[in-house]
Ligand binder design. Structure first.
Ligand SMILES: [Zn+2]
Length: 130
């Protein structure tokens, strides 16, 4: 934890903004390179001559790299939104687990699992608790 608070938070926001800008730039550049590379490659294939040499292939490769890094940057830039979504999805499970751990109901006579107070059948083995 930061003792001085805000600077760390501000730096994190800057990193996130930078990552978002980088993601957009990289994705745009990547798509442009990819399209140019593919169209150059197609032109070469049509004329049956490798006029462009390795140019189109390099362009496709560079474009793919840019898109991969752009997606990675996007993941960093939008990580917080993703994390809180995941947290929202997992919290009910955590709550269920907590309820299970702190269950105060009867122990199962067959397997020893502790069940909810209002449970009629064992959570562990299905044995009737009546
Ligand atoms: Zn049981």
């Amino acid at each position: 934890m930061n003792t001085d608070g805000t600077p760390g938070l501000r730096r994190q926001t800057t990193v996130r903004t930078t990552a978002r800008v980088a993601a957009v730039v990289l994705l745009v550049v990547g798509v442009v390179l990819l399209v140019r590379g593919i169209s150059g490659f197609a032109a070469d294939a049509q004329s049956m001559a490798m006029d462009g040499g390795f140019g189109p292939i390099l362009s496709i490769g560079a474009g793919s790299f840019c898109i991969v890094f752009g997606l990675a940057a996007a993941q960093v830039g939008w990580l917080r939104a993703g994390t809180s979504y995941v947290a929202g999805e997992t919290m009910p499970v955590v709550k269920d687990s907590l309820t299970y751990v702190t269950a105060s109901g009867p122990f199962c006579r067959q397997c020893g699992t502790r069940n909810d107070g209002d449970a009629r059948f064992c959570d562990g083995c299905g044995q009737s608790l009546a």
